[in-house]
Design a protein around this ligand. Structure first.
Ligand code: NAD
Ligand code: MG
Length: 396
C-alpha cells in the first residue's frame, strides 16, 4: 500500500491523480490533499477519499473548509498556510508525494518531499527549472526517488535504459548510447495563426488547447511554447542532457509524447492518448503497470502523424528558454519568474500575447547574469525578477 500526499489536489494534475487512485483503492491510501483556496472541490474530495489532513494555503479558505467538514462529520483535519505543505510532504507515513502545485509556489514543498527521501512524482516543472542542480543534488543526497509526470519527460524516462532511470540527472546519455532526446510539443492553438495576428489573441483563445485540458498557466505557456522551453530546461536536469543532446520538435497530433534516438539509429518513442492519467499511472505504480482509465490508441483511426522544426519567430519564448538554459541558473530562475508574472498579466487582460516574450526577454537581460547557489539566493532572485517584470509590464 502506497500512502500519498497530493500537493495541488484541486488542479488539473491533482484531479487526474485522484481519478487514477480511485480505480485502485487496494494500492493507494491518501494521507493529505492540498489546495490554495478551492473549498468546494476540497470538501467533495475529502468526503470521498478521507485523507488524514487537508491543507488549505489560504487562511480564510482553511477556516471555511474546517467549518464545512465539521458539519459533515468528516474526520479530516484541516491545516493552513504554506509551511503545512512542507510538513505533510515530510510526514514519515507518506511514501509518495505528487508535486502538482503550479509555479514557484511549489518549490519549497517539492524540495521538502525530496529532502525527506520520498518517491516524488514531479509535475511542478517550475521547481526544477528554478533550482536545477540543487534539486538533483538533494535527490541524491537524501535518497529520494524522482519520477517525471510531465508527459514528455515521462515518455523519455520510459524510453531510457533502467540504469539511467535509477540515476536521475547524473547518468551519462552518451555512455548509454543515446545520441538525442527528441522533445515533442503540439505547437499550441496558434500554430497556424498568422504571426501578425498573434498580438490580438485573447486569453480565452490561448487557453483553448487543441489536444490537452490543463490549468490556465500551462495552457498559455503551451500557446507561447514557453512550456516547451521550461521542459527543455527540465530535460536538461532530469536526464543530464547538453544542448547537442536536446531537440524540440513540433508534433501537432500529441500522440508521440517524446522520443529517444540511439547511436545505432534506433529511435524509441512512447505513444498514447493525450491524457495525463497515463504518465500519472506509470509513475504511481513504477516499475509495475496498472490501468489508468485511458482509452487505448486505435492505430486504424489515428490518421497522419507529422513533425516539424519550431519556427522561433512564432515562438520567441522557446528560444529565450533555450538561451537561458545555456547561460545558467540565474537566467532560468529569472525567466521562470518573469513568465509567471507576464502570463498572469496576459490572463488579466493587462498585457498582449506577444508582449509576454518581450517582458521575459527584458527581465533576463537585466537579471539573467545573477549568480545563485543557494535556495535563499534563488528565492531572492525570483522575487527580484517578479518586481522587474511588473515594472516592465507597466511600460506596455
Ligand atoms: P492548475 O492551475 O490546474 O492547478 C494548480 C494547483 O496548485 C491547484 O490545486 C491550486 O490550488 C494549487 N496552487 C496554486 N497556487 C498555489 C499556491 N500559491 N500555493 C499552494 N498551492 C497553490 O495547474 P495544473 O495544470 O494542474 O499544473 C500543475 C503543475 O503541473 C504545473 O507545474 C504544470 O506545469 C504541471 N503540468 C501540468 C500538466 C497538465 O496537463 N495540467 C501537464 C504537465 C505538467
Ligand atoms: Mg509537458
Amino acid at each position: 500500500m502506497e500512502t500519498l500526499a497530493i500537493l495541488g489536489a484541486t488542479g488539473s494534475i491533482g484531479q487526474s491523480t485522484l481519478a487514477v487512485v480511485r480505480q485502485h483503492p487496494e494500492r493507494f491510501s491518501l494521507f493529505a490533499l492540498s489546495a490554495h483556496s478551492n473549498v468546494t472541490r476540497m470538501v467533495t474530495d475529502c468526503l470521498e477519499f478521507s485523507p488524514r489532513y487537508a491543507v488549505m494555503v489560504d487562511a480564510l479558505a482553511a477556516k471555511q473548509l474546517r467549518h464545512e467538514l465539521a458539519q459533515l462529520n468528516s474526520a479530516t483535519e484541516v491545516l493552513s498556510g504554506s509551511e503545512a505543505l512542507c510538513e505533510v510532504a515530510r510526514e514519515p507515513e507518506v511514501t509518495t508525494v505528487m508535486a502538482a502545485i503550479v509555479g514557484a509556489a511549489g518549490l519549497l514543498s517539492t524540495l521538502a518531499a525530496v529532502k525527506a527521501g520520498k518517491r516524488v512524482l514531479l509535475a511542478n516543472k517550475e521547481a526544477l527549472v528554478m533550482s536545477g542542480e540543487l534539486f538533483i543534488d538533494a535527490v541524491h543526497r537524501y535518497g529520494a526517488e524522482l519520477l517525471p509526470i510531465d508527459s514528455e519527460h515521462n515518455a523519455i524516462f520510459q524510453c531510457l535504459p533502467s540504469s539511467l532511470q535509477q540515476n536521475p540527472g547524473r547518468g551519462s546519455l552518451s555512455e548509454a548510447g543515446v545520441s538525442k532526446i527528441l522533445l515533442t510539443g503540439s505547437g499550441g492553438p496558434f500554430r497556424y495563426t498568422p504571426i501578425n495576428e498573434l498580438s490580438a489573441v485573447t486569453p480565452a483563445q490561448a487557453i483553448a488547447h487543441p489536444n490537452w485540458t490543463m490549468g490556465p498557466k500551462i495552457s498559455v505557456d503551451s500557446a507561447t511554447m514557453m512550456n516547451k522551453g521550461l521542459e527543455y530546461i527540465e530535460a536538461r536536469w532530469l536526464f543530464n542532457a547538453d544542448a547537442a543532446q536536446l531537440q524540440v520538435l513540433v508534433h501537432p497530433q500529441s500522440v508521440v509524447h517524446s522520443m529517444v534516438q540511439y547511436s545505432d539509429g534506433s529511435v524509441l518513442a512512447q505513444l498514447g492518448q493525450p491524457d495525463m492519467m497515463t504518465p500519472i499511472a506509470h509513475a504511481l505504480a513504477y516499475p509495475a503497470r496498472i490501468a489508468s482509465g485511458v482509452a487505448p490508441l486505435d492505430f486504424c483511426t489515428l490518421g497522419d502523424l507529422s513533425f516539424m522544426a519550431p519556427d522561433m519567430a512564432r515562438y520567441p519564448c522557446l528560444q529565450l528558454a533555450i538561451d537561458a538554459c545555456a547561460s545558467g541558473q540565474g537566467a532560468t530562475t529569472a525567466l521562470n519568474a518573469a513568465n509567471e508574472i507576464a502570463v498572469a498579466a496576459f490572463l488579466a487582460g493587462e498585457l498582449n500575447f506577444m508582449a509576454i516574450a518581450e517582458v521575459n526577454e527584458a527581465v533576463v537581460q537585466t537579471l539573467g547574469a545573477s549568480s545563485v547557489s543557494t535556495i535563499d539566493e534563488i528565492i531572492a532572485l525570483d522575487n527580484q525578477a517578479r518586481l522587474c517584470a511588473t515594472a516592465q509590464i507597466r511600460k506596455h
